[in-house]
Design a protein around this ligand. Structure first.
Ligand code: PMP
Length: 384
């Protein structure tokens, strides 16, 4: 088994989460809307989880709408809020996840106006520039992520949300998928109407997430059907996955400061030695970042080649964006940051998790160093 350094793509399932899910998958009948005992048991598991997820982000349980993951929550936040036929003015950043960029592109094709909040070379939306763009475009709907999945750079969501609100925005959304479980996350402090979460980024199962709503916000469901999730998400709830999500939320909420400190200790150790490699560039290092993420490039080493070599040596990393791993295009995040295309193609991401150790980090750096030493000296000097 290789050492896993790809927790931003999907984190390791917590054993307690599996223990919570298994009895709900194997020993129960019915559906959470059934009135008999088995149905009530599933309903009760879902409502416990709703409370646990709500507590993680400081809201009341009624504000949680469970979805089939972060992708669905992002689509619901946009398409459930906006009627493209009325040509709404929408605004977002070019470094959002594909699950927001693609539905934005679809709405644009249907007549919506879409404007962008530019990102600086540090990977961060500049509040000053955002203020000008918001004043000029006066978006009705705006979305900005809290933390980027590739660079880990944190975005000034509260500041941008306040500006947008001043200029009449009706619906504000934040994709907080990468922030949950890695740092403090308060829905109210962000000042948005909608916020996306995904369980598998912090020890929960894949295929379940949530959209957090400001009280009173109502959304058009993506699929027509039953009245589940306050009429905003039709379809029988997946009680086991939801319960696992709740358990993961409960566990990370309890240990957040320790988690943050440990992840930062690992990352600091990693980057201290990484910086000794000649010519290495760490993207977003000048900005505030998630504690577990290090996105870097070695100028003379193609990212995917490096990734394969490290895989052979027993380390699992990501190149560019894991979500587009079959396409060798430079990452859209690095492109938005103005990173040169050749350098961007060398980008590799380490995203740490709680089961990683200082020894594993040292072994990774040793392996990197060995791979570099194996390259012909002329190649290293040429670019160094
Ligand atoms: N937003 C961000 C920032 C993400 O990193 C991801 C997962 N890569 C998603 C949304 C989509 O979440 P899910 O995998 O649960 O659909």
């Amino acid at each position: 088994m290789s050492v896993y350094f790809d927790h931003n793509a999907s984190s390791t399932l917590l054993p307690e989460v599996l223990d919570t899910m298994l009895p709900l998958m194997s020993g129960t009948h019915g559906n959470a809307s059934s009135l008999h005992g088995s149905g009530r048991l599933l309903r009760s598991a879902i409502e416990t989880a709703r409370g646990q997820v709500a507590a993680l982000v400081g809201v009341s349980p009624a504000q949680v709408v469970f979805t089939g993951g972060g992708t669905e929550a992002n689509n619901l936040a946009l398409k459930g809020s906006v009627d493209a036929c009325s040509a709404p003015r929408l605004m977002s950043s070019p470094i959002e996840h594909a699950s927001l960029l693609e539905p934005l592109r679809q709405l644009k094709d249907q007549g919506a106006g879409v404007e962008w909040l530019p990102v600086g070379g540090d990977g961060c939306v500049d509040v000053q520039v955002a203020a000008e763009r918001i004043a000029a475009h006066r978006p009705q709907w705006l979305s900005l992520q809290r933390a980027n999945n590739e660079t880990g750079v944190l975005q000034p969501v509260a500041e941008v949300a306040a500006l947008a609100r001043e200029h009449g925005a009706e619906r504000l959304h934040c994709d907080a998928t990468q922030m949950a479980g890695k740092g403090p996350l308060s829905f109210d402090a962000l000042g948005v109407d909608l916020m996306t979460l995904s369980a598998h980024k912090f020890g929960g199962p894949q295929g379940v997430g949530a959209l957090i709503l400001r009280p009173g916000v109502c959304l058009q469901p993506l699929l027509a059907g039953g009245p589940q999730e306050q009429g905003m998400r039709a379809g029988t709830e997946n009680a086991a996955l939801i319960a696992g999500f709740g358990k993961a939320a409960e566990m990370v909420a309890k240990e957040l400061p320790e988690r943050e400190a440990f992840l930062l200790e690992l990352r600091t150790r990693f980057e201290r030695r990484l910086k000794e490699i000649e010519g290495v560039v760490i993207f977003g290092a000048a900005a505030e970042r998630l504690p577990n993420t290090s996105f870097f490039a070695i100028p003379y080493y193609h990212g995917e080649t490096l990734l394969m070599e490290l895989d052979k040596a027993g380390f699992a990393l990501a190149s560019g964006s894991a979500c587009h791993s079959e396409v060798t295009r430079p990452s859209h995040v690095l492109t938005a940051m103005g990173v040169d295309e050749d350098l961007a193609l060398n980008a590799v991401r380490v995203s740490l998790g709680m089961e990683n150790s200082l020894q594993q980090v040292d072994r990774l750096i040793d392996a990197l160093q060995q791979l570099i030493n194996r390259l012909p000296a002329a190649m290293r000097q040429h670019h160094g």
